[in-house]
Design a protein around this ligand. Structure first.
Ligand SMILES: [Zn+2]
Length: 189
């Protein structure tokens, strides 16, 4: 058994009835046994015999340690990007103006429809990796930019493929679902 000790951290224990929001402990210690959290609490309460059994000791550098984050509604499968619209908005363009110029959500729907599943996987993977790097461990990917059965189905197959090929998929759970995005529908009519 290789126990790992983490100190110099704040911990969000999510303990019910805790005085601090999120059950926060400011100067916490965590003892991890493989994938299991064996002990968490104020560092001053850490039993010395337990600390002595820890083969690895880590300094968390003052980081906040939380349970894995759950993103239960994300539309990360879509084609194209609308980075240029960001600049237009900064220059004062309104959404209607951008949409008239061929931008807006309709442009995302078009790009999603014309992209192949393989292209969508390639475009979506960095978005997925970005979320995971921020501590998200469980994701529900919603379709919604296809707005027609074949394209929604393609988006969901991309979501499934991301879950299947993700090297960390053992620790990260992905599932897909359809989302009827009212704003997209309005824009598309
Ligand atoms: Zn949605």
């Amino acid at each position: 058994m290789n126990l790992k000790l983490w100190t110099n951290c704040r911990a969000a224990t999510m303990q019910q009835g805790a005085v601090q929001p999120y059950g926060l402990i400011d100067d916490a210690a965590l003892v991890v046994d493989g994938e299991a959290l064996l002990w968490v609490g104020p560092r001053s309460d850490l039993p010395p015999e337990l600390a002595a059994r820890c083969g690895e000791k880590h300094d968390a550098g003052g980081a906040l340690i939380t349970p894995g984050l759950i993103d239960c509604h994300t539309h990360l499968v879509y084609g194209g990007d609308r980075a240029n619209e960001f600049e237009l908005r900064l220059k004062g363009a309104g959404y209607e103006e951008i949409a008239r110029a061929g931008g807006g959500i309709v442009s995302t729907v078009q790009a999603t429809r014309t992209a192949t599943a393989a292209q969508l996987v390639a475009q979506s993977l960095p978005r997925l990796e970005h979320l995971m790097a921020e501590g998200v461990t469980t994701i529900e990917i919603k379709s919604g930019y296809g707005l027609a059965l074949e394209h929604e189905r393609k988006a969901l197959s991309v979501a499934r493929e991301l879950g299947r090929t993700n090297p960390d998929h053992g620790a990260h759970h992905l599932s897909g679902g359809a989302c009827h995005a009212a704003r997209v529908c309005r824009a598309h009519r």
